[in-house]
Design a protein around this ligand. Structure first.
Ligand code: CU
Length: 473
């Protein structure tokens, strides 16, 4: 069987398929039935609510990346939801589909959205061929509603429907996932977000959320392998990889929150370019401001939730996991290191045994995307190239947990459509000044020789009247 470990060895650092351009966003179920509320722009974290469209209960509905919000019905003051656990067909990006398990037709399942104080009743129908349960991760509830199969309740057998009912006594970012055959059911995509808004409206203009996950979808296969513990093939925001992850769009000056939950097997240091964000909360709700931390990278540990907030600054800003293998697609950790190796003599020999073999990687791996995008290097079917995606200035050479925060001055309130690429104002973009590698003769150090020191710099004159003996020289 071809695994991620030996894929690139077999292909000579090759990949498969062809994928450029941004994926289309799909949004359903966003219930924005409320009336606009007047007020100032909430660029200050404690500013009054803005004029964004709010739900009748006062909150700005969350925007689940590439996902959707589960509609509910009201029954005598109780919010009723209905989740269906089932096998689903899923596309990570054009070129890679899989048989996954999820809820109501998707992985992740739809986001459940409610307000602190709401009473919720959630039906769970099991259309899998094995039993399941749902655990409401981080939510304060009676022990018998906690969803651990065998501990808190009998398992939900195939064909059965159970009901969970509890009152929401908190607000914050939470998750739901099975607590039955958990290793398998989570590895193949069963998960979802459960967002509880506070009763008092928060000064947030755009409220994004997604789940971090990893998948062992070995090259050439269609079912994620649940037995893998370390060496995963795909790293996803809401079960999508770059460039199929939709951008996070905002208008300049808007206050943006991004809620992240981690149901993968790794911790992910999530990094945002362009701003210093505040880490403002998680499953404990929006923290008091004294507890906020200013960061540019925040680790979202396994099983954790993290909320970050920032005021949007115009531009196209990369937003990604900083584990550099997590911004790649199917690749190999066991690839021989060919950087600096002249392979010109062996390419023909190997090609006689492995037709189509290409010697690559002598200068680095960036050429990988050119070979796969151009289509003259093909790998196993249903397998994404290691790096993909192109921007206005060339290939991005990314994959996995990467997308772009796109901030523009001229967006309408509540417009989430992809605005295209940012046009840098004149004089604010890096430019080429020379094509000569010897340009400028900058100071360089020789690895083994004496360290060059500026010999002609005047030694600093002692400050008159200062006694240096008291300062140790
Ligand atoms: Cu990561």
């Amino acid at each position: 069987m071809v695994t991620r470990r030996n894929l690139i060895q077999a292909m000579g650092l090759g990949g498969a398929g062809l994928l450029t351009g941004a994926a289309r966003a799909q949004h359903e179920g966003h219930d924005v039935s409320g009336t606009p509320m007047p007020g100032m722009r909430p660029t200050h974290p404690s500013a009054p609510p803005s004029d964004v469209k709010r739900h009748a209960q006062g909150y700005v509905p969350v925007r689940t990346l590439n996902g959707w919000t589960l509609p509910h019905t009201m029954k005598n003051g109780v919010k009723e939801f209905h989740l269906v656990a089932e096998e689903v067909e899923h596309e990570f990006a054009p070129g890679s589909k899989a048989k996954c398990w999820g809820y109501n037709g998707t992985t992740p399942g739809p986001t459940i959205e409610a307000v602190e104080g709401d009473r919720v009743r959630i039906y769970v129908t099991n259309r899998l061929r094995e039993h399941t349960t749902i655990h409401w991760h981080g939510i304060l509830l009676p022990s018998g509603m906690d969803g651990v199969g065998g501990l808190n309740q009998p398992h939900i057998k195939p064909g059965e429907t159970f009901v969970y009912e509890f009152t929401l006594r908190q607000h914050g970012t939470h998750m739901y996932h099975p607590h039955a055959d958990e290793m398998v059911q989570m590895a193949v995509g069963m998960m979802g977000l459960f967002v509880i808004h506070p009763k008092e409206p928060e000064p947030i203009d755009r409220d994004y959320c997604f789940l971090l996950h990893n998948w062992a979808l070995h090259p050439g296969t269609y079912r994620p392998d649940p037995s893998i513990m370390v060496d995963f093939d795909l790293w996803t925001f809401n079960s999508k990889v770059f460039p199929a992850i939709e951008p996070l769009v905002a208008r300049s000056g808007e206050r943006v929150r991004i809620r992240m939950g981690n149901l993968s097997m790794w911790n992910h240091p999530i990094h945002l370019h362009g701003v210093q964000f505040d880490v403002t909360g998680g499953d404990g709700g929006r923290w008091p401001q004294a507890r906020w931390r200013s960061e540019v990278t925040e680790i979202v540990a396994v099983g954790q939730m993290r909320d970050i907030e920032f005021v949007a600054v115009p531009g196209d800003w990369a937003f990604h996991c900083h584990m550099s293998h997590h911004t790649m697609n199917a690749m190999g950790h066991g690839v021989p290191n060919t950087i600096g190796v002249d392979q010109s003599g062996v390419e023909q020999t190997i090609r006689s045994m492995l037709p189509g073999y290409m010697a690559m990687g002598e200068a680095g791996m960036a050429e990988h995307q050119e070979h796969t995008d151009s289509g003259h290097m093909r790998g196993p079917e249903n397998t994404l190239p290691m790096m993909m995606g192109s921007g206005p200035h060339g290939n991005l050479e990314m994959g996995g947990m990467f997308t772009v925060v796109k901030v523009r001055d001229d967006l309408a309130v509540g417009d989430y459509r992809d605005p295209g690429w940012y046009r840098n104002p004149k004089g604010t973009q890096s430019w080429r000044v020379s094509a000569d590698a010897g340009f400028g003769n900058p100071v360089r150090r020789h690895p083994y020789g004496p360290i060059p020191r500026p010999t002609d710099a005047p030694s600093p004159a002692p400050t008159p009247g200062m006694d240096h003996s008291k300062h140790g020289g």
